[in-house]
Design a protein around this ligand. Structure first.
Ligand SMILES: CC(=O)N[C@H]1[C@@H](OP(=O)(O)OP(=O)(O)OC[C@H]2O[C@@H](n3ccc(=O)[nH]c3=O)[C@H](O)[C@@H]2O)O[C@H](CO)[C@@H](O)[C@@H]1O
Length: 373
């Protein structure tokens, strides 16, 4: 029997790449012989993370619109045209049965090319608010897998399936790892610990808020696992030094997120959809500071879906520098409130999205096989 061939496209940030890898893993576990090819954007994070996870990737020369610079956008039509041509070529050579789009620059041209060639495609929309490209591509998608309610406002209702966001299983496997996590991060497992994560790229506001109030945190003998993000790391280390205080662990990126989640008593985070899906599964008290710099303010909408169920606290980006650390310290003291938040966020967890989506992809491939015979 011919092996099923799947293209998974998209990327740009961890929020698109990690769900894509989770879907690929689930496809392999259901159908070990299936062939998977990733399509990403040259120069973006997926070109490094996808091969590291053991999959092949082809890069398109594509980027997004850059605000505030006409000159930088002049090459955009040429890039789009070149990416469409390359996408058509990749589809002709690899001959996928189904294409999956997880969002990010590379998804657009390859899904559009798939629609031109009559190849079925599935969109995995991570956020509670769909961007312009996904809305447009959604019109011809065979299936749109979503993680939030009320997505009919963006996509055809008959093709929406609420699956939740695929998470990497190893990242949310934190049971009995508290001590090991703290030790790996050279922290004391008996002291209260806050994990600060700005998503896959880090968050300037979170970094400023923590740095400004380090004295208050240290006065309470609280430990911090502080993920700064690649762009901010060097400046922070230049200012503070790498081993600035035994209670503070400063990291550019956490490769073992499970260990950090396990070691933490409280998590301060941006409101990226992938992180939120993980936070629901690991069930700890959370303070979200949505990024104001994302399309249609979708992180605030992601966060509000939790806040309206009393499953997380929300602090606006503009107030974070003044209030975030004090809210965090007060929540750490308040056991009852912490427990209520942790219980409620746990109720919002949707597990196995990776397996459900992978099965949808394989079903589409089978249906196509029947049509072609
Ligand atoms: C600035 C931006 O465009 N953000 C978007 C991006 O977020 P971003 O790329 O930050 O993605 P998410 O918050 O959704 O997910 C981050 C992922 O990176 C992992 N991780 C993070 C930090 C770390 O040190 N190590 C690590 O492994 C997390 O465990 C998680 O799996 O995609 C999300 C999903 O479409 C969107 O909701 C966000 O608005």
């Amino acid at each position: 029997m011919k092996a099923t061939k799947i293209i998974i496209s998209g990327g740009g940030t961890g929020g698109h790449i990690f769900p894509a890898i989770a879907i690929a893993k689930a496809l392999r576990s259901i159908e070990p012989a299936c062939e998977i090819l990733f399509v990403g954007a040259i120069g973006r994070m997926e070109m490094e993370k996808v091969p590291a996870a053991g999959y092949k990737i082809v890069g398109l020369n594509i980027s997004g619109i850059q605000r505030g610079s006409i000159a930088k956008n002049l090459s955009l039509p040429f890039k789009l045209f070149g990416s469409m041509r390359k996408s058509m070529q990749v589809l002709s050579e690899f001959k996928p049965d189904v294409v999956v789009g997880v969002g990010g620059y590379a998804s657009g041209p390859i899904l559009f090319a798939a629609s031109l060639k009559g190849i079925p495609y599935l969109i995995q929309e991570q956020n509670s608010y769909a961007g312009v490209t996904n809305k447009w591509l959604g019109k011809k998608a065979h299936k749109i897998c979503v993680a939030f309610d009320d997505m009919e406002q963006f996509f055809p209702a008959d093709r929406i399936l609420k699956t939740g966001n695929p998470v990497r299983k190893e990242v949310v496997d934190i049971l009995n790892k508290h001590h090991a996590g703290a030790e790996l991060l050279r922290l004391d497992p008996l002291k209260k610990t806050i994990l600060v994560t700005g998503g896959s790229l880090g968050a300037g506001t979170l970094n400023k808020s923590i740095e400004k109030h380090l004295p208050e945190l240290l006065k309470q003998d609280v430990q911090i696992i502080w993920q700064t993000g690649k762009f901010y790391y060097k400046d922070i280390i230049d200012r503070l030094g790498l081993d600035f205080h035994p209670n503070v662990r400063i990291l550019e990126f956490l490769n073992k997120m499970d260990m950090a989640y396990a070691a933490a008593d409280l998590i301060i985070s941006r409101a990226g959809a992938g992180t939120i899906a993980e936070l629901c599964i690991i069930k700890k008290p959370v303070i979200l500071v949505p990024s104001p710099n994302v399309a249609e303010d979708h992180q605030t909408k992601n966060a509000l879906a939790l806040v309206k169920n009393n499953a997380a606290l929300l602090i606006a980006d503009r107030s974070a520098e003044d209030t975030l650390v004090f809210e965090a310290l007060s929540l750490l003291q308040d056991k009852q409130r912490s427990k209520t938040l942790a219980d409620n966020i746990g109720k919002m967890a949707l597990s196995d999205a990776d397996d459900i989506i992978a099965q949808q992809v394989l079903d589409l491939a089978k249906e196509r096989g029947k049509e072609c015979n």
